[in-house]
Design a protein around this ligand. Sequence first.
Ligand SMILES: *[C@@H]1O[C@H](CO)[C@@H](O)[C@H](O)[C@H]1NC(C)=O
Ligand SMILES: *[C@@H]1O[C@H](CO)[C@@H](O)[C@H](O)[C@H]1NC(C)=O
Ligand SMILES: *[C@@H]1O[C@H](CO)[C@@H](O)[C@H](O)[C@H]1NC(C)=O
Ligand SMILES: *[C@@H]1O[C@H](CO)[C@@H](O)[C@H](O)[C@H]1NC(C)=O
Ligand SMILES: [Zn+2]
Length: 521
Amino acid sequence: MYIKFNPSTLLPLGLLATSTFASPALQKQQPIGNTDDLAAAILLHSHKPPVTEDLLAGTIDTKNLLSRAHDLYTAAKISEGHYNHPTRVIGSLGHLGTIKYIEQVLGTLTGYYRFHEQQFPAVSGNVYESRLVFDSHVVDARPMSLTPPTKDKQPVFATVVAVENDGCVEEDYPLEVKGAIALIKRGNCSFGQKSENAGIAGAVAAVIYNNDIGELSGTLGTPKEHHVATFGISDAAGAKALEYLAGGGVIDASAYIDAEVNVIQTKNVIAQTVLGDQENCVMLGGHSDSVEEGPGVNDDGSGSMTLLEIAVQLSRFSVNNCVRFSWWSGEEEGLLGSTWYATHLTDEENLKIRLFMDYDMLASTNFAYQIYNATDAEGDPKGSEELRNFYVDGYKGLGVNYTFIPFDGRSDYVGFIEAGIPAGGIATGAEGIKTAEEVEMFGGLAGQWYDPCYHQLCDDLTNLNETAWGVNARLVAKSVAKYANSFEGFPVRKLDSADIRAERVLEAKKKWKYRGRKLVM
Ligand SMILES: *[C@@H]1O[C@H](CO)[C@@H](O)[C@H](O)[C@H]1NC(C)=O
Ligand SMILES: *[C@@H]1O[C@H](CO)[C@@H](O)[C@H](O)[C@H]1NC(C)=O
Ligand SMILES: *[C@@H]1O[C@H](CO)[C@@H](O)[C@H](O)[C@H]1NC(C)=O
Ligand SMILES: *[C@@H]1O[C@H](CO)[C@@H](O)[C@H](O)[C@H]1NC(C)=O
Ligand SMILES: [Zn+2]
């Protein structure tokens, strides 16, 4: 018999709010445990039975998962004092409580893992007020996330000047843009690039209109010196303004954004088995943060708690390859933690990661079993398609249907793909609409979001489908066990040349309209 861990007795959650958060050793980002401890830990754990897919999947018990969801919700509630509702957004006590909970659980596993925190600066923006007025008509305009404010956080008054082509190169900006509000078409390059080009051309604000039907909201991404206050507007509003300008009309406009961009120190948690070939690791991740609006029990409590439960259960077994778990921070601000991690790997460390598996939202109430469609044809790093096919076989083996969804940049695999590391993952859906065909395949309700509480206050303990969570946790367990056991037949890693790497980033920029939950182009 193996010791059965009772997840809910591990942590006196009442202490979370007041206790200091990390030991000095953690803050120095040192692995926990010295060399002697490591040798002792290896000795202690290496006699355990080798993990297999069936054994590890067999440890999954939905009751344990739900119990962890409860603990997570308790952590989210610590934020109520500041936010008036439960949340685990970066910078909140609820987020710190989440990280502390994860580390406390890992700390009970008698040295099975070495784990550390990776601290990094996360950019986080707030728009307090905004207004765009074209000739005395208020335009339905959405300020971009991470936009700077207008000058002195005051309205600016100027005429509107249309930019040529798509505004992706400086030559597209006529001289008259200087001191004016630049009107730019969406497409071909990021909103951030357009805002920067407008700033360099001397515009006092930028307005990007949709090249697709409907309103436009997105993010400028990493703040740049020349970014100007930037709005998104609909295709219709854009067409109206362009038509007026083309007919020789002059638009007297005012633009106003009161916004702030702050840098918050936050941290990833990384845990690695002491057993197994340390040069060949299977890595998996979920995100520890939520949006400000709610506690994020499905997004990504379902993924991050699946990982934690599997980390606990895996410790009953021995492994041939190292297994590395990650709990990313700042996912909701634009995949910040995972990107920081992937871009700060040395070449040597990069090569040790044989593949990365992303687990973000595994228990949506109106779920579909979705597999990221990562393929060789799309130029994804070799191995990504093998992983995709593993999930296909996995769902078939579990007796359920599945769909492929676009590998479009919406979760923490992006940094890995850009670093040339094969990646993929599964999910149950966010704000997408379930089709009638999918209802045949999965049950649920057509015409509604997969997760009706996506990024809202109601993403709480009632926002989980246990059936979906159980099936997905089993598949995650199988994925861990498979690669912990063997990489036989899985493509060998080789380092991309600098050229290929640059090419990948460029390709990704063209291909991926999202960076996390927000549109970037
Ligand atoms: C797209 O943007 C690039 C610069 O990022 C530019 O060189 C190219 O001409 C643009 N393509 C089109 C079709 O405008
Ligand atoms: C998956 O990707 C491949 C290669 O790009 C493509 O041919 C296929 O249509 C995609 N499948 C779906 C369902 O999107
Ligand atoms: C899979 O989907 C088909 C419809 O495409 C449906 O008939 C079948 O019952 C589904 N299987 C399961 C296990 O839900
Ligand atoms: C979870 O989904 C299954 C399959 O659609 C459904 O039968 C069940 O009622 C759902 N459970 C909850 C709690 O919504
Ligand atoms: Zn998420």
